[in-house]
Design a protein around this ligand. Structure first.
Ligand SMILES: [Zn+2]
Length: 643
């Protein structure tokens, strides 16, 4: 069996988990699940980087040991990964005994080879960033250099340390990149790495005497191994290095290191050089993603705009967050996070399109066939087409996922889901249900829908695994491999909680007041609100702006805790949407279902009693405000435009 080994960076325990960590880790989890569905044996590694001066200092400030501080932060990471359905094979900590032993072994091996040598380092050291700043850095008024990364003053230090002979690897690295042009993805990042190496590599100091909280240098305990040599080694120590364990021989070299762009150089230059020096194989690939911006600004602790995934998790299932992060960001580029964008994306694609398709289909199977098909389906070319379309979709999506273009793959899946929703509207199963002679057609339509849903579900499963499990349970059909599914005749469609309950943006913003730059929340409008345009003459252009279409009411129900409002689900010919209308005192839900009505289709959505109403039903109104819904000739096609 082919293997696939995926890693995230190990996260620094001086930080608390935020959306950036979640993005990298979700991506690695999605890749792992996708490879597993393709038949690979996978190993997924994540963990924490726990050494260094910063940790030592924060722990001292809190009056605890660095290990206790690390233990606490580790719990927070592990909890979040559990909530987000991240299924790693190992959570490595750089304080783990086997890691410490592995790093020391690697150090000794490279030392014995002569690529680590003792020396003296003098430089301007930034305590906060745990690194020396370049000679070109600016000076402060007191004459100390300013750290270009954090803006703090540096200290001039001279210390005994060990160097890694990075300069010797300039040529070997360039040769390696030339032979493996896809080593770093996307290609723009590969070019960045090549330019950096071509500018020349200096030897790297890899130990400190100034840092006590770290892995001691073998036979020189005054020195500790510096952060990167320690941290990067986790990718091999996690598999058992230096022992040639089963895991190590099976999974090394790693297939993919996933990371954000700010640590590219360490992974694409230092790490391969360390491995070459130790005569170990190099990783096969590195995937570099961009940053998440919050409302177009970089998230940072100092700005106080770091996004905490727990806030979203109070309102949305983990799958919604996983979906949004994978759906929204083109790989390698920065992406923007706004709560409004998030809510709209989830409500539209997961709630309206995907969950609605499933509940409608399940509902019809139950209603029309009592969960058991008679086995007399009469297929038409349209059903074959849907199957062909699916197989084409699957090829495309797998190719997109294979190249980590998750946003493109998910976009294609959503197009197909829209196609399925349109198919329901076009096939009009509710009409077939009313006509005994059309039963075989009805069966064909519903079977095709179930097959398409279960098949599409396997493509979505790596991204939204929990809802994928629920959909399998809903249709009582457990299959995880790709391909067109055929679940047979019998069904046990179960009653389940809604997959992606609609989140009311108004309620979300009311609860999660964003203290620094509040986002505008959608304006709540009511049915009685008067149009804001001045009374008087309307031009033909003004009239044409209003899109009125014939729609069919698919479902109607009273809005809970109100006596005036009805919630209508209508088919507009191009989509299925929800409207809220203040007509409950005059019309029962029963007399509206299946009826054709006219709706204003392009009205700005309004949130009414927590329900997003997309459009308005047209009715005449007498002087007491009693509504009269016009009668539309039954033969009028759904979607016809009023003009
Ligand atoms: Zn700094």
């Amino acid at each position: 069996m082919s293997t696939f080994y995926v890693t995230t960076p190990i996260y620094y325990v001086n930080d608390i988990p935020h959306i950036g960590h979640a993005y990298t880790t979700i991506m690695a989890d999605v890749i792992t699940r996708f490879r597993r569905a393709e038949g690979y044996e996978t190993f997924f590694l994540t963990g924490t980087d726990e050494h260094g001066q910063k940790i030592e200092k924060s722990a001292a400030a809190q009056g605890i040991t660095p290990k206790i501080l690390a233990d606490r932060v580790v719990e927070r990471f592990k909890n979040l990964w559990q909530i987000l359905d991240i299924r790693y094979d190992r959570f490595i900590r750089t304080t783990d005994a086997d890691h410490v032993a592995g790093v020391q072994h690697l150090f000794r091996r490279v030392l014995d080879k002569g690529d680590i040598y003792p020396g003296e380092y003098r430089g301007h050291y930034c305590v906060s960033c745990e690194g020396y700043v370049p000679e070109t850095a600016e000076k402060s008024q007191s004459g100390n250099k300013i750290c270009p990364d954090c803006g703090k003053e540096t200290e001039l230090l001279t210390e005994r340390c060990y160097f890694f002979r990075l300069s010797a690897y300039e040529e070997p690295l360039l040769r390696f990149y030339a032979e493996h042009p896809d080593f770093v993805q996307p290609a723009s990042r590969m070019n960045e790495v090549i330019s950096f190496v071509k500018m020349g590599l200096k030897d790297l100091s890899i130990t400190r005497s100034t840092v006590k909280w770290g892995v001691p240098v073998p036979d020189d305990p005054e020195q500790t191994i510096y952060v990167w040599f320690d941290a990067l080694s986790n990718y091999i120590t996690a598999l058992g290095y230096p022992e040639t364990t089963a895991d190590f021989s099976r999974f090394w070299p790693a297939d993919l290191h996933v990371m954000a762009k700010d640590i590219l150089r360490f992974h694409a230059v230092y790490w391969p050089a360390f491995l070459m020096a130790a005569d170990l194989e190099l990783p096969r690939g590195e995937l570099i993603h961009g940053w998440w911006l919050k409302d177009e600004r970089k998230m940072s602790k100092s700005r106080g705009n770091v996004l905490d995934p727990h806030i979203l998790l109070k309102h949305f299932p983990a799958d919604a967050i996983r979906y949004f992060l994978m759906r929204e960001a083109p790989i390698g580029a920065d992406a923007n996070f706004s709560h409004q964008g998030f809510i709209t994306r989830i409500n539209t694609e997961l709630t309206n399109d995907w969950a609605n398709l499933i509940s409608r289909t399940g509902g019809m199977i139950k209603r029309y066939f009592n969960n058991r098909f008679p086995g007399k389906a009469a297929y038409s070319p349209t059903e074959d087409e849907l199957r062909e379309d699916y197989l084409e979709l699957e090829n495309e999506v797998r190719a997109f996922f294979d190249s980590y273009a998750f946003n493109r793959g998910l976009e294609r899946i959503m197009e197909y889901i829209s196609r399925l929703n349109r198919y329901i509207v076009e096939a009009e199963p509710w009409k077939m249900a009313a006509d005994e002679s059309l039963q075989p057609r009805l069966e064909a339509v519903l079977k095709t829908l179930v097959r398409a849903i279960l098949s599409t579900n396997t493509l979505l499963a790596p991204v939204i695994p929990r809802s994928a499990d629920r959909i399998r349970a809903f249709f009582n059909h457990d299959s995880r491999t790709f391909g067109w599914k055929d679940p047979g005749e019998s069904f046990d469609v179960r009653d389940v909680e809604p997959l992606f309950p609609r989140v009311d943006p108004e309620a979300f913003f009311a609860e999660e007041t964003q203290s620094e730059h509040a986002e505008p929340s959608p304006k709540e409008t009511t049915m009685s609100e008067k149009p804001q345009t001045p009374e008087g003459i309307a031009t033909i252009d003004e009239f044409k702006k209003i899109r009125m279409v014939v729609a069919r009411v698919l479902a109607a129900e009273k809005v809970e805790k109100t006596d005036k409002l009805l919630r209508l689900t209508v088919d507009t010919g191009s989509d299925t949407r929800t409207l809220v209308a203040g007509i409950a005192q005059y019309y029962t839900p029963e007399e509206l279902v299946e009826r054709k009505i006219i709706i204003v289709a392009n009205l700005a959505p309004a949130v009414i009693r927590g329900i997003e109403s997309k459009g308005m039903i047209l009715a005449a109104s007498d002087k007491d405000g009693r509504p009269y819904i016009p009668i539309i000739p039954e033969e009028t096609p759904v979607g016809s435009i009023m003009r």
